[in-house]
Design a protein around this ligand. Structure first.
Ligand SMILES: Cc1cc2nc3c(=O)[nH]c(=O)nc-3n(C[C@H](O)[C@H](O)[C@H](O)COP(=O)(O)OP(=O)(O)OC[C@H]3O[C@@H](n4cnc5c(N)ncnc54)[C@H](O)[C@@H]3O)c2cc1C
Length: 358
């Protein structure tokens, strides 16, 4: 069987039409989150016919990925994530630019106030792919942070994207190629006419995975007329670490809390206060910024916080992307599609295969 070819261009809309309802496809994807959409595009590029079924609305607001920062930070994640996640992230960094032209690779910056110098040194020991950044280098990289931090780390190989814009672009790419992407879908997966089903329902897949849990992440989006920052910045702090991801035109996503809470997607007063206080600590001019949005999402996670690909009859389920879904989805998708077309996946570490439903 042929190996999945990621560089195969998507057929243009002029050469294909939307598949009629009920007609069988090679691959039906359940869930139009980042895992589902990236798998759908990867399958399409491998020459497979695809359909997508999403329970939520067309704006993706039901997905965890809609609330995400969109940091693509494989090196920084080594601070807390397993080696497998770092490997998937490094593979995905090469794949993202082939999937979406809105991916920005300008590196990321990690800074710490003087009292957290030990934390910065520890972060440097646990991670690779960085260069030391003294006050002058920090000012060169981000002029609006000049004079604010004496030391930091620069990770030139890291990047970022805008999750909402990316989800829309992936959907548009599929629809332009004639793929039916159904939103507000309430059907029965067993009734879907497809050779294989990719279950990418995130927390909606608790019926399949008894040990799947949600980990709440709260965030705020602000707009500042006074501060221009061009790449993700992490502020290491002994109590309230924070990161900022630029969205362009003075808009920044600031996040994110990590709360072991499976219920509710509301932002607490405490978290809101901490996020805003830390933004102010990164740059006092953020004190004058306008709050555009508070939001919270539940990250799907397994014990150990590592992702799984589980094959079960005609279903291949992918889940547990936790804090790294944007970072690792392309490599996971590549492995899923390799399995579907009968090729050897690049990595088997995160794969669990069993015959019966859990
Ligand atoms: C605040 C926050 C910040 C984050 N920041 C980052 C970051 O900077 N970088 C990073 O890599 N990751 C980040 N993440 C993590 C990332 O967003 C998740 O890992 C990722 O969204 C998980 O992707 P998923 O597709 O598995 O699940 P989801 O994004 O939740 O998508 C699952 C989809 O399945 C749909 N669905 C559910 N049930 C059904 C059903 N029965 N039928 C059909 N569809 C169904 C849902 O509506 C949803 O659209 C962040 C998360 C949060 C909350």
């Amino acid at each position: 069987m042929p190996r999945a070819v990621l560089t195969t261009p998507v057929p243009s809309s002029s050469s294909s039409s939307v598949r009629p309802p009920g007609r069988s496809v090679d691959v039906a994807v359940l869930g139009a989150g980042v895992a589902g959409l990236v798998t759908a595009v990867t399958a399409l590029r491998a020459g497979l016919s695809v359909a997508v079924y999403e329970r939520g609305p067309r704006d993706f607001s039901a997905s965890a990925g809609y609330k995400a920062g969109g940091m693509l930070a494989p090196f920084c994640e080594a601070d807390g994530a397993e080696a497998d996640v770092v490997d998937l992230g490094l593979r995905s960094m090469a794949l993202w630019p082939t999937l979406h032209d809105g991916v920005v690779i300008r590196g990321s910056l990690v800074v710490a106030p003087p009292r957290d110098a030990a934390g910065l040194a520890r972060f440097g020991r646990l991670t690779e792919g960085h260069e030391p950044a003294d006050a002058a280098r920090i000012g060169d990289l981000e002029p609006d942070l000049a004079g604010r931090f004496r030391s930091g780390l620069f990770f030139p190989g890291e990047g970022h994207l805008d999750p909402r814009q990316t989800l829309g672009a992936l959907r548009d790419q599929l629809e332009a190629a004639g793929v039916a992407v159904r939103f507000d879908w309430r059907g029965d997966p067993d009734a879907i006419a497809a050779g294989r089903i990719v279950d990418a329902r995130g927390l909606g897949a608790r019926d399949r995975f008894a040990d799947l849990r949600g980990v709440k992440g709260e965030m705020v989006v602000i707009r500042s007329r006074d501060v221009a920052i061009s790449r993700p910045v992490r502020l290491l702090h002994h109590r309230h670490p924070l990161y900022l991801v630029p969205r362009g035109e003075g808009v920044y996503m600031i996040g994110a809390t990590t709360v072991e809470s499976d219920v509710g997607e509301a932002v607490t007063v405490r978290s809101a206060g901490e996020l805003l206080t830390q933004a102010y600590a990164l740059h006092p001019a953020f004190g004058e910024a306008e709050i555009i949005e508070f939001n919270a999402g539940l990250r799907p996670a397994f014990p150990g916080n590592e992702p799984r690909i589980v094959e079960d009859g005609r279903v291949i389920a992918v889940n547990g992307l936790y804090r790294h879904g944007w970072l690792i989805a392309p490599a996971l998708a590549e492995d899923i599609v390799a399995r579907i077309v009968g090729a050897a996946p690049a990595s088997k570490k995160h794969e669990v295969f069993h015959a019966d439903p859990a």
